[in-house]
Design a protein around this ligand. Structure first.
Ligand code: PGA
Length: 253
């Protein structure tokens, strides 16, 4: 049985200690009452330390939004998995805003290295994959997504794949208010992503890994995604920054 998991990706928002603490105090009581789904908050680095103390007594998880693959050294501005592991349990890797946008531009290879390093540090990666609008229109979704998943898992052991979380996020659905249809998202997750994993690691691993949908998920549409057999929760951007996030998680449960 896969336990659904809802993760809130705050992106570059609520990164000042006062605002982050105020928001978490507001949503924590409601989130703590919800048993049936796992919840993870992924705020900016600047508030991880403070929130790790506030969230420690609860079962709400905490995650970062990226990390470097090296443990340390001359990498100005970067943060390693070891630094994060003291503060949180999860790390989002390969988000499309980091794959595609300057000045970041992360390659599949850089993401693969980050995933391995995250596991080595005891973190659970939430690995994002998804096609852009042009690729979607050209019918290349399955090819793009399988390529990304193949590269992401290429160095991993079976037990790591079972523990990792994958987020299928069509780029054209992120922040646009135009979510994928639940049936389409379910098809990509069930037939494309789980098949790639089954081909490499076998069917039982493919059935064990938790795969979220992400892209314009909100409290009104979450239940349609949760009703799909292959979708195990959501990676939520904009709707995770408002008190309504509690209703979103409740509706998911
Ligand atoms: P959105 O973002 O929910 O605001 O569309 C999702 C994401 O980028 O993970």
């Amino acid at each position: 049985m896969r336990i659904p998991i809802i993760a809130g990706n705050w992106k570059m928002n609520l990164g000042q200690v006062g605002e982050a603490v105020q928001f978490v105090r507001q949503i924590r009581p409601g989130l703590s009452e919800i048993e049936a789904v796992d919840v993870v908050l992924c705020p900016p680095f600047t508030v991880l330390a403070t929130l790790s103390e506030i969230l420690a007594p609860s079962k709400i998880g905490l995650g970062a939004q990226t990390m470097h693959w090296e443990q340390g050294g001359a990498h100005t501005g970067e943060i390693s998995g070891g630094m994060l592991a003291e503060l949180c349990q999860f790390v989002i890797l390969g988000h499309s805003e980091r794959r595609a946008s300057t000045p970041v531009f992360e390659s599949d290879e850089a993401i693969r290295k980050r995933i391995g390093a995250a596991f080595a540090c005891g973190l659970t990666p939430i690995v994002c994959v998804g096609e852009n609008q042009e690729q979607f229109k050209a019918g290349q979704t399955d090819a793009i997504v399988s390529g990304q998943v193949e590269k992401a898992v290429s160095d991993l052991e079976q037990g790591q794949v079972e523990r990792m979380i994958i987020a299928y996020e069509p780029i054209w659905a992120i922040g646009t208010g135009e979510a994928a249809t639940p049936a389409d998202a379910n098809r990509v997750i069930g037939l494309t992503i789980r098949r790639v994993i089954a081909d490499v690691f076998g069917e039982s691993v493919a059935q064990a890994v938790r795969i979220q949908y992400g892209g314009s998920v909100n409290e009104s549409n979450i239940h349609e995604f949760m009703a799909m057999p292959d979708i195990d929760g959501a990676l939520v951007g904009g709707a995770s920054l408002k008190p309504g996030f509690v209703d979103l998680v409740r509706n998911a449960a």
